[in-house]
Design a protein around this ligand. Structure first.
Ligand code: FES
Ligand code: FES
Length: 159
């Protein structure tokens, strides 16, 4: 059975990106396999692990459950966009400083999810609020405490 092809423009990391996709192609596969943005990880195919999380208009979203054709002209941010001028984003640096990374597989999704929570905070996030924010993201290595430490450190700075 042939799948319909569509020409679309995606806004990825503030760059327009014109490409032809299949109607059933996920955003995750477009990012990883067509655009080589492999910071977005592929851990499952059913939305359960959170490793494929990107920001769509600033909100965390599962790119494995999002069709590329659904997000034409939306603002998509991947982990590759956070470091600027060879300098890690403060939240990335906090993950390093707080030893919140072991294998690193969950880190892009965790960091983008944490970043969205920090950007929306009205006051410093409590540990429970951080746990709630990252509750859809699985980590098989760290036990989560250090990830919460890292997000909390940046949340405190923002106040
Ligand atoms: S790869 Fe998308 S939630 Fe697991
Ligand atoms: S650091 Fe390995 S899955 Fe989180």
């Amino acid at each position: 059975m042939s799948t319909k092809k569509l020409e679309i423009t995606l806004n990825i990391n503030d760059e327009p990106c014109r490409l032809t996709v299949s109607a059933n192609e996920t955003l995750r596969d477009v990012l990883r396999e067509r655009l080589e943005l492999t910071g977005t990880k592929a851990g499952c195919d059913d939305g359960s692990c959170g490793t494929c999380t990107v920001l769509i208009n600033g909100q965390p979203a599962r790119s494995c459950l999002t069709l590329a054709v659904e997000v034409e002209d939306e603002k998509i941010t991947t982990i590759e966009h956070l470091a600027q001028d060879n300098k890690l984003h403060p939240l990335q640096q906090a993950f390093v400083d707080h030893h919140a990374i072991q294998c690193g597989f969950c880190s892009p999704g965790m960091i983008l999810t944490g970043l969205a929570a920090i950007r929306e905070q009205q006051a410093e996030l409590s540990r429970n609020e951080i746990r709630e924010a990252i509750s859809g993201n699985q980590c098989r290595c760290t036990g989560y405490a250090k990830i919460v430490d890292a997000i909390q450190a940046v949340s405190q700075e923002k106040g």
